[in-house]
Ligand binder design. Structure first.
Ligand code: SOE
Length: 382
């Protein structure tokens, strides 16, 4: 029988659901050496958290996150509350000797991310950021193909993250649009994901950026009533230079009418290219220019065989997996890292590295010029 490990979760809405599901599914599907127990969930509205706890099987409910951090039966503090809470909770949890898993983006800005990464290094505790798309089997498989040298030297990384849910001006100013709470708009929410994918796949770092952003709806209703100015960006695009000579371009928007969660990238290298779209996540497109010319073409790889990353834990080929499985895959990797005492990626240093790019993008969008990405401790500038 696997040893138990207690989970305490702060936050209980969209991401709370995604994480709860992962903690519940990971044991039957992965049979990890450590068995997560859903000890305590925290939220400010007791009635709502109690309802959530009953639904997802949490043992008890608290309304102050400090009770999670201090709980003796909690070994992993899992943060899925809004961005403005990440820094304080994560630092306190690390100081209390807990393992910390934090939703993305790691923080609202680089200053907070630096504090968190430093606290993580000081604590020596395993820590991770839920950049869950690294655990999409097709994306993990893309990394494998790149590491096998199949596309060779990379010239271009091109990524889009397109949604359309704020296009309607009557959508209220929810926390993801509130600068004080979120820190930024699509930059922290969506660009952060594709920047992290670049950090994961590319053996080169983003060193400088230039970009532009827009607010398309300047004022919205606050959920609690009253109109407020929108201070975050609805859309942002940037171009960048990489440490190894590649160039990239990135776009994120919540105004791409018809696009719901179109998180795509294309990488072009000297021997071939790769293309991926999250809305069709079992497929990875591969162009191999080393094949004889007369049979060259974009090949559609169905990433659902046992030999593909994570897939031996799920269904037989053809029974595809979805969004929620990426969280379960990450939970499995985290439990394995804890069991083996090995570092887990992405960790807070990876979160910081991503945050530095995001902050450079925001600065570049404001200045209309090129901005260098800050380097420093935690930065991996290949
Ligand atoms: C935004 O709409 C959002 O919910 C992000 O916050 C998540 O990180 C992303 O995975 C799905 O879209």
């Amino acid at each position: 029988m696997a040893d138990a490990i207690g989970i305490g979760m702060v936050g209980y809405k969209f991401m709370g659901k995604a994480h709860s599901n992962a903690w519940r599914q990971v044991t039957p599907f992965f049979e990890p050496a450590l068995r997560p127990e859903l000890k305590v969930v925290c939220g400010r509205d007791r009635e709502k958290v109690e309802k959530m706890a009953r639904r997802w099987g949490w043992e008890r409910v608290v309304t102050d996150w400090r009770q999670v951090v201090e709980a003796p039966d909690v070994q992993i503090v899992d943060i899925c509350s809004p961005n403005n809470t990440h820094c304080e909770i994560a630092v306190a949890a690390l100081e209390a000797g807990k393992i910390v898993s934090c939703e993305k983006p790691l923080a609202r800005d680089t200053a907070e991310a630096e504090k968190m990464a430093e606290a993580a290094r000081r604590s020596g505790k395993i820590n991770t950021v839920w950049f869950n798309y690294r655990r999409v089997p097709a994306i993990a498989f893309a990394k494998q193909l790149i590491e096998e040298g199949r596309i060779g030297r990379v010239f271009h990384f091109r990524a889009l993250y397109l949604q359309d849910w704020t296009l309607d001006a009557s959508v209220p100013l929810l926390w993801r649009m509130d600068k004080d709470v979120a820190g930024s708009g699509v930059t922290g929410d969506l660009l952060a994901h594709i920047v992290d994918i670049s950090n994961f796949l590319m053996d080169q770092s983003i060193t400088s950026v230039a970009g532009t952003s827009r607010v398309f709806v300047g004022e919205r209703e606050r959920p609690e009533g009253g109109r407020a100015k929108v201070e975050i960006e609805d859309a942002a695009v940037f171009v960048c230079q990489y440490s190894g000579g590649a160039i990239g371009h990135f776009e994120a928007t919540r105004f791409a009418n018809g696009r719901k969660n179109a998180n795509t990238f294309e990488i072009n290298g000297e021997f071939g290219s790769l293309y991926f779209n999250l809305e069709d996540m079992s497929r990875l497109w591969y162009f191999d220019s080393l094949e004889p010319k007369h049979v060259q073409g974009w090949r559609e790889l169905r990433v659902w065989e046992e030999c593909h990353p994570y897939m031996k834990h799920w269904w037989v080929p053809g029974c595809a997996i979805g969004y929620e499985h990426t969280f379960t895959n990450q939970a499995a990797d985290l439990l394995e890292a804890i069991h083996l005492g090995k570092p887990m990626q992405p960790d807070f240093d990876d979160g910081l590295r991503c945050q530095r790019v995001c902050d450079a993008v925001l600065e570049a969008c404001g200045s209309q010029g090129w901005v260098n990405v800050k380097s420093g401790e935690g930065a991996v500038n290949a």
